[in-house]
Design a protein around this ligand. Structure first.
Ligand SMILES: NC(=O)C1=CN([C@@H]2O[C@H](COP(=O)(O)OP(=O)(O)OC[C@H]3O[C@@H](n4cnc5c(N)ncnc54)[C@H](O)[C@@H]3O)[C@@H](O)[C@H]2O)[C@H](O)CC1
Ligand SMILES: [K+]
Length: 489
């Protein structure tokens, strides 16, 4: 599913107008879509209160009011600012609506109300005023449901961050395509159930307006790149994943990664294990092989085997000089660098980026928020940037795919492509879950998937496994609940 930033939506609007599409007609369809949602999902409310803002979001609101009044609902309009100052389509909508707007201050929330939030949408430019903030709080205290037009007022459609106070909507109706702010947190929560209404802008125009580089993560993005088990496939043709284990007592994370790697189809998986942990690891493994590997020289000997097609380093490994040395040696091969593999470079991020920059961007960094801040402190601290922009900036700097973890995981590639992953159930945030994700991505890389597609597919499969394993899952449950890749081809 494509995503449009509010600016791109504005471009789509302009392209639509240039192609002769009547913009007021778009506003009418937008308003009727919201009214239809109100009638379908809030039919039992006593009255609908349209809060109409000073621009076209407000204009949509007047159309909603007219449509609901025509359907017999008890409707009132409370306008922010002077309705006589409305311009263009919003002005037309106001005068085509039979209901006289009252002032915003005159609205006293009552049980049984439905608030239609048509104050601000794509044009939100600054935090809401104190009066509007107070009204949002009064509505929240009264427990009055809110149906938001395009975006809950106060929420940035670009970043998913509120600019101060914002409505917490029960449902949001947006137009033609979702925006990043509908999926990034806390925006996704503030929107409630999201509906995307078609208001008659041809998709060729919507696609022309879209930079084409930002999507909601879905199989459509990577199904063509999935490894297909050809009839003649044998274990060597499905790649060989190397996973680096930590020392005795710290081998669980790597074992989770290795299990995930073999479960998502890697033909062979080998755990590289220091002498101290050999017995411990051997006691747990069956299908997964192991190899003693202590120092960088052992690693270089192992790397001579070109059948090794991908690696995972980081889970439980230890964030030390040895980790940096190993990552430096691995950078020439597709490698998932996770956890300690990232933190090991906290004092010298550029050392990692220079090394990765010497090769094609075939590595995947999988930082959570803390690790991201350690590796990209200036990017993490830039509040003007949303999570998509941060992941993109980090990916360009690191010359690697960056999978910026969270309940709203964002995947970005150095070429600007980005995807927001939105299928992770909340209970996926459990110890070891990240180790499994690293293993899934490593397993897909080992089978020849490119880094961006492997990271997107990995994030999606991880979320699916979490949903299938259900609440109360532990990380050990995840590999066994991975859906077969054939389910997506
Ligand atoms: N193709 C579509 O998606 C369509 C969208 N429609 C609706 O149009 C709005 C966008 O309308 P716009 O006039 O550009 O902006 P807003 O109505 O969101 O904002 C109005 C105006 O308010 C000022 N402003 C911004 N922030 C604040 C603030 N915090 N306090 C006070 N005033 C503020 C600023 O000047 C804005 O311009 C979109 O969301 C859709 O709902 C079309 O109706 C149909 C086609
Ligand atoms: K709104």
């Amino acid at each position: 599913m494509i995503l449009l930033t509010p600016d791109e939506m504005g471009a789509a609007d302009r392209l639509a107008a240039e192609s002769g599409i009547d913009s007021y007609g778009l506003m009418v369809k937008a308003g009727y879509a919201v009214a239809a949602s109100a009638l379908k999902h809030f039919a039992t409310v006593r009255r609908a209160i349209v809060l109409a803002g000073p621009g076209n979001n407000g204009g949509d609101g007047y159309v909603v009011a007219r449509a609901l009044a025509e359907s017999g609902m008890d409707v009132a309009i409370h306008a922010l600012g002077d309705p006589d100052k409305l311009k263009g389509d919003a002005r037309t909508a106001r005068f085509e609506c039979p209901i006289e707007p009252q002032s915003l201050e005159a609205y006293l929330p009552q049980a049984g109300d439905l608030v239609i939030d048509a104050l601000f949408g794509a044009g939100l430019a600054r935090p809401l005023s104190g009066a509007v903030t107070a009204l949002i709080e009064a509505i929240g205290r009264k427990g009055v449901p809110v149906l938001a037009v395009d975006l809950p007022s106060g929420l940035s459609g670009a970043t998913g961050a509120p600019l101060g106070a914002a409505f917490h909507a029960t449902r949001t109706v947006t137009f033609m395509a979702p925006k990043p702010g509908h999926y990034l947190l806390p925006g996704r929560d503030l929107c409630g159930v999201l509906e995307v209404a078609d208001i008659g802008i041809p998709m060729r125009i919507v696609r022309a307006a879209q930079g084409g580089k930002l999507s909601v993560n879905s199989p459509a993005l990577w199904r063509a790149a999935l490894p297909h088990s050809a009839a003649g496939a044998h274990k060597f043709s499905r790649g060989h994943l190397g996973v680096f284990s930590g020392p005795a007592g710290k081998t669980g994370a790597a074992r989770l990664s290795a299990m995930a790697g073999i479960r998502c189809g890697a033909g062979l998986v080998t755990l590289a294990v220091p002498a101290s942990a050999e017995a411990e690891v051997a006691a747990h493994q069956t299908a997964i092989m192991q190899r003693r590997l202590d120092e960088a020289d052992d690693l270089r000997d192992w790397l001579a085997d070109r059948r090794l097609s991908a690696f995972v380093i980081g889970p439980g490994f230890g964030a030390d000089a040895r980790a940096r040395e190993f990552v430096q040696a691995l950078a020439e091969r597709p490698t998932v660098i996770d956890a300690d593999g990232i933190s090991a470079f906290a004092e010298a991020p550029d050392e990692l980026f220079v090394t990765l920059g010497r090769f094609a961007p075939h590595c995947v960094l999988t930082p959570h928020q803390g690790e991201f801040s350690r590796l990209f402190p200036d990017i993490a601290a830039d509040d003007d940037c949303g999570k998509v922009e941060k992941a993109r900036a980090a990916s360009a700097r690191a010359h690697a795919v960056v999978l910026y973890k969270g309940a709203d995981t964002v995947i970005a590639a150095p070429d600007g492509r980005a995807a927001i992953n939105a299928n992770a159930p909340p209970w996926l945030a459990t110890a070891g879950s990240g180790d499994v994700l690293a293993g899934i991505i490593g397993g897909l890389l080992a089978q020849g998937m490119e880094a961006f597609e492997a990271a997107c597919a990995g994030a999606f499969l991880h979320g699916e496994a979490g949903s299938r394993a259900g609440e109360g899952l532990t990380a050990e449950d995840l590999p066994g609940h991975l859906p077969p890749l054939s389910a997506f081809s």
